[in-house]
Design a protein around this ligand. Structure first.
Ligand code: NAD
Length: 556
């Protein structure tokens, strides 16, 4: 197919879609895979705003601008296996000589020297077309829609239930804000974990999208209606999720006035970006969109104040008994800047619930079927159920996921796997491709939120035992290990999840195409990647990580 025809068919802005099937458009699966995943990131079923090339997480983009995107597509169509494409903040900037087992794409997004690492400097560069915000998996082309975060959110709510409610969330109310790309996973994760969910989002379109994809059960503009639906469900022990159009602070204020104390309270508004993410309670959505452009300084002031009010209500509910935690959006820091001195009186979700999993090298393992055929994912689901018969938690997840998750874009799956398990799963998938049991190759990747790939002191590395929360040597070592090990594309980003200045993190995706080359790469990458989590946590003094390290003979 001619390049212009390819663009018309698959990248006719703003309508993007990945090619499917087993025929190649690029010269090999090593370049076809990043091409398909890039286009999939921008598919309207997957991306929050394809018109602006925004995938999720406020302003997280897949490419810097339309011109850059079209040039990336052209280069991926032409690239051979002895070269690798360099992407700098969403723009292709060069091709280097490498070899068939090297990554085909090397990506660096949103990185700034620490002294300049703030939103103001970033925005000034962005306004001149010199940078883009890559979030975590937007600019590294392995975002898979809300399912990506669903498993992590389910794990978190389930762990919260285990810690505080004897593992039973029946009749318990979870309240949260933000039902966007990531936050939209909360209602389904909550009901899958057995709870009732009530969430607020100022943008009705975001809630409508969750209704369409069956991530939420009901939507209303009326607080009273939302309250009554959730209280009735609580009484009956029914699992339902409700989306209320409105400001989350207003919702919490109303709950407090009505004497309703949710058992669990958190938040996933895009607070990490006080100007282009969070919407202050004093503005309507339209006013917010205008003020962002006209007076960003004034906007930020209102936003910080609104976050302080919002966190003030969270603290009040925490005092009344809600199990309250920060869900990785840097809300506490900006609320503190906005005038709430006690914002850090509740902890982040990683130290509360996720770190024990990180100590086992566990993290969000995800894969996508490049064929576009859902049957390929069901075949891999079944293969994992057979490969890990003792892991009832995993089997329960995979069984429910098959029933309840509507695919967005290319069919994909996520589950949390640890050291040893990821490599085993990758090799099984490679056999399935080689034996023709899958219709085309798959790619295996993960979120940058993983055990050994991120430094983020208000999230993944909050409260490390040895105080090394801000040390970012670890994600750099992770990037280098995955590059040396032969991932198919690798990335290093700044500011994902919590915003500019607050995090650095690495990503990887490895192609599973049934070849011996893939087998070698899988054996290295899917061993090294979780091993990084064990090295990191063992070094910080976590005894559980040391035990796992001894079991896998990893310690030196
Ligand atoms: P998003 O931009 O797609 O959605 C954010 C939503 O918040 C939007 O729908 C917006 O309308 C809504 N919102 C903004 N201000 C509001 C207010 N005052 N009241 C009610 N709703 C409001 O972002 P996302 O991808 O859903 O991510 C949400 C946040 O979670 C981001 O800060 C992101 O960095 C963070 N995040 C967390 C994790 C995690 O694992 N916990 C992972 C990725 C991202």
């Amino acid at each position: 197919m001619k390049f212009s025809d390819f663009l018309k068919t698959y990248a006719n802005h703003p309508i993007y879609q990945s090619p499917t099937g087993s025929a190649l458009n690029a010269r090999s699966w090593q370049t076809e895979a990043p091409l398909r995943m890039l286009l999939n990131n921008l598919n309207e079923e997957v991306a929050e705003n394809p018109d602006e090339l925004v995938v999720y997480g406020g302003t997280g983009q897949a490419a810097r601008d339309r011109g850059s995107l079209e040039r990336i597509i052209k280069m991926l169509l032409d690239l051979d296996e002895d070269h690798s494409l360099l992407i700098q903040s969403g723009k292709p900037v060069g091709v280097v000589k490498t070899h068939p087992e090297a990554p085909r794409v090397l990506i660096a997004n949103s990185n700034l020297v620490p002294e300049w690492a703030n939103w103001e400097h970033f925005e000034a560069l962005k306004a001149r077309g010199l940078m883009m915000y890559g979030q975590m998996t937007a600019g590294s082309w392995i975002y898979i829609g809300s399912q990506g975060i669903l498993q992590g959110t389910y794990e978190t709510f389930a762990a919260c239930g285990k810690t505080h409610f004897d593992g039973d969330l029946t009749g318990k109310l979870i309240v949260s804000g933000g039902l966007g790309g990531m936050g939209g996973a909360q209602p389904l994760a909550a009901t899958m974990a057995g709870a009732v969910f009530l969430g607020a989002d100022v943008d009705p379109k975001r809630i409508e999208k969750r209704l369409e994809t069956r991530y939420i059960d009901k939507m209303t503009h009326s607080y009273e209606e939302a309250r009554d639906w959730t209280l009735e469900a609580k009484d009956r022990g029914e699992k339902i999720s409700v989306g209320l159009v409105g400001d989350i602070g207003d919702l919490l204020e109303n709950l407090i006035n009505d004497g309703i104390v949710p058992e669990v309270l958190t938040d996933q508004t895009s607070a990490h970006d006080p100007v282009h993410g969070y919407v202050p309670n004093t503005l309507t959505l339209d006013e917010a969109i205008r003020l962002r452009k006209d007076d960003p300084v004034k906007y930020k002031e209102l936003s910080l104040k609104s976050m302080a009010r919002h966190v003030g209500y969270m603290l009040e509910l925490q005092r009344k008994g809600s199990k309250t935690f920060d869900y990785g959006n840097n809300l506490r820091e900006f609320a503190k800047q906005g005038g709430e001195p006690n914002a850090f009186d509740f902890k982040g979700f990683v130290p509360e619930y996720i770190r024990p999993l990180f100590c086992e090298g566990k993290g969000p393992f995800r894969w996508a079927a490049l064929s576009g055929d859902p049957e390929d994912i069901f075949t891999t689901d079944q293969a994992l159920i057979e490969a890990f018969p003792e892991n009832t938690h995993l089997i329960n997840w995979l069984t429910q996921a098959k029933e309840k998750i509507a695919f967005q874009g290319l069919p994909c799956r996520i589950c949390w796997l640890g050291m040893g398990e990821r490599e085993k799963a990758g090799l099984i998938f490679n056999d399935l491709v080689r034996e023709g049991k899958l219709k085309a190759p798959v790619v295996i990747g993960r979120d940058h939120l993983d055990c050994g790939s991120v430094a983020s002191p208000y999230r993944e590395t909050e409260g490390m035992l040895d105080g090394t929360d801000a040390v970012s040597d670890w994600p750099l070592l992770n990037l280098m290990s995955n590059t040396a090990g032969g991932a198919t594309w690798v990335s290093f980003h700044h500011g994902g999840g919590v915003g500019m200045g607050y995090s650095q993190h690495a990503g990887m995706v490895v192609l599973v195409d049934g070849t011996e080359r893939a087998e070698r790469c899988i054996q290295r990458v899917l061993y090294n990647d979780p091993a990084m989590g064990i090295f990191r946590h063992h070094d910080a003094g976590y005894k559980d990580a040391t035990k796992v390290g001894e079991r896998f003979d990893l310690l030196i």
